[in-house]
Design a protein around this ligand. Structure first.
Ligand code: NDP
Length: 789
């Protein structure tokens, strides 16, 4: 028995195209307008190579008009309140459901993906995202009252899930009171234009959504526009990097959802028949043009040959053909350019000595197709095992031990998703946290839902889309508006009131050069240089080591070598933090004298800074076992665990001001969450940080948890920003320094958090402490576990 063709009718989609004369304008300020350039590009149906429509090519002038429209309506839209916005989002969701068939067919024709997928996955999920975020709009005032909208958001989306990526971006942005300028992918603009029409029909206020179609240059103009407050991008890591660099230092917020090379790990006790169906969903869903495609099959050696045989048998059954045919498993590739990219990588694999296996069934001769392809026993270093192919190509390799499976899974610069297959729940839940990826699917794959965040680790980008965690990409703390352009420095006391004279106590040692602190030990600087430290009035106080690149390298190595800290429970970490606070309290007067000596404040003010530091350590000790995750309410019969995980090795460039409190307020939340840190303390007043390692030494902090490298922050910060083994960086300094850090962080796409030259009052609990520090110290991993029979 074989399946006969069961084609879905293209009539409604063709009628829609005809109704527009197969020509589409730009949607700006609620109106359809021709592009300033008066040029149009063609959108084709990749399964027939026939043109579908002409699409306006927007340029910088059009982007400017769209941003102006979005900016104009922003106060009214944000001011409308959550409930009114919820009503609009709800209306959009209803319209999507009402026009689901048209959307599905149009998407299928424009992109080449099978109608089964657009009908059953893409479009229902689009509606789900608008419903879900209508709910968040409704709840914003109660659940997120300390936050407000960001402003005008520039959103740039790819061609692989055109309408779904639109929904992932537009729904949370509008719900949170932002307005949007969207640039769809050149290959696939049509459903975005139909969506704009729907927004027009439901009476969405003009300018809230603007769609400027066009090429990469149109996207670049949006990225550069000075009145855009945030860029949300999904696409290639290469373009993500260009965008990170283009907006570095501008203060624009950024979320990046980039490429992947996700592992699909099969242990020997897995149900291999289910595994085979899982692989089909992992790599042949959307022709493999999926950022989180399970493109690397890692199989326990004992079952690898059996699995390959089952897989090949299944591949023989896959039907490649007309995307509008409901029986088709694999549709067309989006464009001939993508076919070429896929084939070049496959040829490279063959050239490097690996055998490509393809089923005997042939692809249609008309249109852009690529057969499902399997490479087995590929070396982890092979190009095809490392590069994102973005096509229906699976690369398989065996492993012998659980440890090797994890090592192979993490042997990639990406970290978007992973799939773990085993009948042993203990094994699954021990492997999942070890994999550096934003989503881990246990005995399932490619699971998405609006209630769960999706996004990457490492070069797969940063930020989350969906779930409560995704909302933070579209809001900013109200507190940020109160940050100052000048640092908060303590008042200098009259000479008679300074620490030494007031208390008659001796000043701390002045003839000692404070060393650095690396791997739990004091360390001399590699360069052998030291820096003189003076009080604010210019008196010589002492010297500190002047760290350089090699010292940072040693510090990063020591931080990586320390697994003891990240493996401790939150409760155990809390105990160590309380101990730190206790030891600081014992040496309260000594630290206050040091502060007064460096900052010139009264002993009273200095004691207050120490006391606030002790209180702050208590705060984060308290949070250590309380800043935990959620169980998201996603799809039926699945538990979706959203777990905040440590970033890994965090570099922290401390503020110069508040030398003790600034140090404690940044380092302690970072380690409370399980990170190891490399800290550059205040450059001008580092001595309370170098004194602090005596506290660390006596508080049971494992060596390598906190590494302190003193020196010139504007020299050390760029080194840390470009360091490949640093996973994240916080920088509190100048505007120029912030720009440099953001720019250089793009090398390995590390997370960066900078202050753009704005200063916090560290003694203020709203500006100097709180959940925001914990959020920047963690990233959310969503683990999906199915249950039931
Ligand atoms: P791109 O990253 O080039 O495109 C994504 C979006 O960015 C598109 O809208 C594109 O416009 C736009 N764009 C391109 N250049 C710029 C720029 N300089 N500034 C701002 N926006 C820009 O991906 P491609 O479509 O070219 O695909 C290339 C590869 O990227 C694929 O083979 C695949 O490996 C990967 N990819 C990954 C995706 C993911 O989800 N992670 C999605 C898509 C691709 P335009 O469409 O006009 O080029």
């Amino acid at each position: 028995m074989s399946y006969g063709p069961a084609p879905e009718s293209a009539n409604a989609a063709n009628a829609f195209l005809e109704a527009h004369g197969r020509t589409f304008q730009l949607f700006i300020g609620g109106n359809w307008q021709p592009p300033a350039s008066e040029t149009y590009f063609e959108s084709i149906n990749p399964s027939t190579k026939q043109p579908l429509a002409k699409i306006a090519e927007g340029n910088a002038e059009d982007v400017d008009a769209a941003v102006a429209a979005a900016r104009e309506v922003l106060p009214a839209w944000a001011g409308l309140g959550g409930h009114q916005r919820a009503r609009y989002l709800y209306a959009i969701a209803r319209q999507i459901q009402k026009h689901a068939r048209l959307f599905s067919v149009l998407e299928s024709m424009d992109n080449g993906k099978p109608i089964r997928e657009t009908r059953d996955i893409d479009i229902p999920l689009v509606a789900r995202h608008f419903y879900h975020h209508a709910g968040w709009a409704q709840l914003m005032d109660t659940e997120l009252s300390a936050y407000k909208e960001i402003g005008v958001i520039g959103q740039i989306i790819p061609w692989n899930f055109p309408l779904l990526m639109l929904a992932w971006k537009i729904a949370p942005a509008l719900a949170m009171g932002n307005t949007v300028v969207l640039k769809p992918a050149e290959y696939t603009s049509l459903t975005a234009l139909l969506f704009a029409e729907i927004c027009q029909n439901i009476g969405l206020p003009k300018g809230v959504l603007n769609v400027v179609t066009g090429a990469g240059a149109t996207g670049a103009a949006l990225v550069k526009h000075p009145n855009v407050q945030k860029i949300a991008f999904t696409g290639s890591t290469e373009v993500g990097r260009i965008i990170r660099r283009a907006i570095a230092g501008s203060g624009k917020k950024l979320s990046l959802e980039l490429g992947g090379k996700s592992p699909f790990i099969v242990f020997e006790d897995a149900d291999l028949d289910s595994v085979v169906e899982g692989v089909v969903d992992a790599i042949w869903f959307n022709q493999g043009q999926v950022c989180c495609a399970g493109s690397r099959l890692l199989v326990e050696e004992s079952v690898s040959e059996v699995l390959y045989a089952k897989l090949k048998a299944r591949m023989e059954q896959l039907i490649v053909g007309n995307p509008l045919d409901k029986c088709v498993d694999i549709g067309a590739i989006v464009d001939k350019v993508q076919v070429k990219t896929i084939d070049e990588l496959v040829q490279k694999g063959i050239h490097e000595g690996y055998a490509a296996w393809q089923p005997t069934a042939i692809c249609p001769s008309e249109g852009y197709y690529y057969p499902p392809t399997l490479f087995t026993n590929v070396s982890p270093a092979a190009t095809i095992a490392q590069e994102e192919i973005f096509g229906p190509v699976l690369v398989a390799m065996p492993f012998r031990s659980h440890k090797e499976a994890v090592a192979l899974a993490n042997n990639t610069r990406y970290g978007l998703a992973a799939s773990v297959w085993t009948e042993d729940i203990n094994l699954a839940l021990s492997i999942a946290p070890q994999i550096k990826a934003g989503s881990v699917w246990v005995n399932c794959t490619n699971m998405f839902d609006a209630a769960s965040g999706f996004g990457g680790y490492r070069e797969s980008g940063f930020g989350r889309e969906g779930g409560r965690e995704g909302l933070f990409e579209y809001i900013q703390p109200r507190m940020e508006a109160t940050l100052s352009d000048k640092p908060f420095l303590p008042k200098i006391a009259a000479e008679s009131k300074t620490a030494a004279s007031k208390n008659g106590l001796p000043l701390p040692d002045i003839d000692r050069t404070a060393k650095m602190y690396i791997g739990g030990k004091q360390a001399r600087p590699d360069g052998g240089y030291s820096m003189v430290i003076r009080s604010r009035s210019g008196t010589y106080i002492g010297e500190v080591a002047e760290g350089n690149r090699k010292d940072l390298r040693n510090a990063v190595e020591a931080a990586h070598a320390n697994s003891a800290w990240s493996n401790m429970t939150g409760h155990a970490r809390a105990q160590v933090l309380y101990y730190i606070a206790e030891n600081l309290a014992v040496r309260r007067a000594e630290f206050a004298r040091r502060l007064a000596q460096m900052g010139g404040q009264t002993m009273e003010d200095a004691l207050l800074e120490v006391d606030t530091a002790i209180e702050r350590i208590y705060t984060y000790a308290a949070y250590a076992d309380k800043y935990d995750g959620r169980v998201h309410s996603t799809v039926l019969n699945h538990v979706t665990l959203a777990m905040p995980e440590a970033i890994g090795v965090l570099a922290i460039i401390c503020p110069d001001e508040s030398p003790l409190l600034g140090f404690v307020s940044t380092v302690i939340p970072a380690i409370a969450m399980g990170n190891s840190v490399v800290v550059v303390p205040s450059e001008t007043a580092p001595l309370s940080a170098t004194d602090f390692y005596q506290i660390l030494d006596t508080s049971d902090v494992p060596g390598g948890t906190v590494n302190i490298v003193t020196g010139k922050k504007e020299e050390l910060a760029p080194e840390l920003a470009r360091h490949d083994n640093v996973d994240g960086i916080w920088y509190f300094g100048t505007k120029e320094g912030s720009q440099k850090v953001e720019y250089l962080s793009s090398d390995n796409m590390k997370r960066s958090w900078v202050n753009y030259g704005k200063y916090r009052n560290w003694s203020d609990t709203v500006q100097g402490a709180g959940e925001i520090f914990l959020r920047h110290a963690t990233q959310i991993k969503n683990i999906w576990i199915p249950y039931g029979v």
